[in-house]
Ligand binder design. Structure first.
Ligand code: ADP
Ligand code: F6P
Length: 479
């Protein structure tokens, strides 16, 4: 049933709904969980609240009617095939994504993509204006929807509008490359509160407002001139997290522990089991970790018949050239490593280009001796926090890139610069050879931190800051 008249006090908007519509070979419609950290985090937040989630259902064409799924009210926004190419694959993921991730691959600039980005953002804003109750709180998410706050403020000045950036916000030197930098900043400044993963991201944003809009910034508050709204906007860090208690509980279940044991046995019970779980994205540093692993096998530091590296690489953005190239490179490296270093029944690498349920991921986390997280740049990296949440045995070692948002908090991890292949190799060996006492000491400290700063704490901190903006909230406040 359509609910065109329904209005909500709490509305979130993200490019994607938490589920994608997939039509099976038999013509049956199935809803599959969407990939990525945003969905993981917001599913937990929405499960305890009344409200509606506005987003794209993952297929071209007309949007399905609003519906309920997994205890959430979902309101689809349509995207045509041309818009998927221009707004989503193009401007969001081939222009903004590289610029916001240190230009690891070159960014593509196309005026048509920018127009499509504007149009889709305006469509989201119109939908939000229709479903939001008078005075409602609207929480907009991520880089795909940076123009929504200003479009929405124009339509509905009564709303409380927040935006959260799940990815890094680039330094002005990189942000400044965007021909549409002013439009993006003005779009964001329609919000009352802007949340970022790290203090450095918020500072980059404030600096960009000064440099490219000539705005007055006092502390973390920007005064927006009359022409663009005439209000004050606060920008601060509110680092995202995971649902610690549910991952912890899941990993304690007997069937998960049994599955973890089975996974190790099926690989010939290696002395060392390494694990990577990422979307197949060039920001994740998968090539760098495979290079280090291959060299360790080659120089004899590791024995491929007694060590296994499981790399789960979730399919992602599969029509974009940079992702196609990455897949070819990674799959070539995996084939080479296995060909050269595996033994029958004891693979040096296990590579899986598939999505998995939470149970299987928890079992993998519990099975792995070393969790290898080597992004070249990452807003947060929830996988690192999920690993910690599942290690109720205080076992396992987390190897973590210093270029993740998570590295700001997870100081007791084995830190690496993934560009430094010698340092990466040394740290992999240190993590593998660390004593149970050292692992336990590090893991206990990491678990204390993630338990305290879980996803509910993050959501409360964000919503308190939004309610109090432009002032700092008295509780839960972001630093
Ligand atoms: P990103 O948002 O860039 O994808 P994060 O590490 O922050 O990176 O979040 C990824 C989320 O997706 C995590 O919750 C992780 O458990 C989940 N995930 C990653 N790979 C898979 C997979 N193959 N199957 C199911 N969930 C996955
Ligand atoms: O924040 C990271 C992010 O881009 C989310 O916005 C997104 O949901 C996730 O990664 C997965 O990417 P995509 O929606 O392009 O598959």
């Amino acid at each position: 049933m359509a609910d065109t008249a329904a209005r909500y006090d709490f509305v979130i908007a993200a490019n994607r709904l938490p589920v994608d519509r997939v039509v099976g070979e038999d013509g049956q419609v199935e809803w599959h969980r969407s990939p990525g950290g945003l969905v993981t985090a917001m599913e937990s937040v929405m499960s305890g609240r009344d409200g509606v989630w506005v987003g794209w259902a993952g297929e071209p064409g007309e949007a399905p009617e609003p519906f309920d799924e997994a205890g959430m009210r979902l309101h689809p926004v349509p995207l045509s095939e041309d818009e998927i190419q221009g707004y989503y694959e193009g401007f969001s993921n081939d222009t903004l994504w590289p610029i916001y991730h240190d230009v690891i691959v070159p960014a593509q600039f196309h005026r048509k993509w920018w127009h499509q980005y504007r149009e889709v953002n305006e469509r989201f804003a119109k939908t939000l204006a229709e479903v939001a109750e008078e005075g409602a709180t609207v929480w907009v998410h991520d880089y795909q929807l940076q123009l929504v706050p200003a479009f929405l403020r124009q339509l509905r000045p009564d709303l409380r509008i927040g935006w959260f950036d799940h990815i890094p916000f680039p330094p002005v030197e990189l942000f400044g490359q965007l021909p549409w930098r002013q439009g993006i900043l003005e779009g964001l400044l329609g919000a009352d509160f802007l949340g970022f993963q790290r203090p450095g991201d918020a500072e980059n944003f404030l600096r960009a407002c000064r440099r490219y809009l000539g705005m007055t910034v006092k502390g973390d508050v920007i005064h927006v001139g009359k022409a663009t709204g005439g209000h004050d906007v606060r920008a601060a860090a509110v680092p995202i997290s995971v649902d610690f208690s549910s991952m912890d509980e899941l990993s304690r279940r007997p069937e998960i522990k049994k599955r973890a044991k089975e996974i190790r046995e099926s690989l010939g019970n290696p002395s060392a089991l390494l694990l990577g779980i990422d979307r197949l994205d060039y920001t994740k540093g998968i090539r760098h970790r495979l290079k280090a692993y291959e060299e360790l096998l080659k120089d004899g530091s590791l024995d491929g018949a007694d060590t296994t590296f499981i790399q789960i690489a979730t399919p992602s953005r599969e029509r974009i050239d940079a992702y196609i190239d990455l897949r070819e490179h990674v799959e070539g490296a995996v084939g080479r490593i296995n060909g050269n270093y595996s033994a029958i029944g004891s693979p040096a690498m296990e590579y899986l280009h598939q999505g998995y349920g939470r149970e299987e991921l928890a079992a993998l986390f519990l099975a792995a001796d070393v969790m290898v997280v080597t992004p070249l740049r990452d807003g947060m990296n929830l996988v690192a926090k999920e690993y910690i949440s599942c290690r109720h045995d205080n076992g396992g070692a987390l190897l973590l890139s210093e270029f993740t948002g998570a590295a700001e908090e997870l100081r007791e991890a084995f830190m690496v610069n993934p560009h430094d292949v010698i340092g990466l190799k040394r740290t992999i060996m240190d993590a593998i050879n660390s004593s149970p006492q050292e692992r336990s000491r590090r893991m206990k400290a990491l678990r204390r931190r993630v338990r305290r700063n879980d996803v509910q704490h993050w959501a409360s901190a964000f919503l308190d800051a939004l309610e109090a903006a432009p002032h700092k909230p008295s509780r839960h406040g972001p630093q």
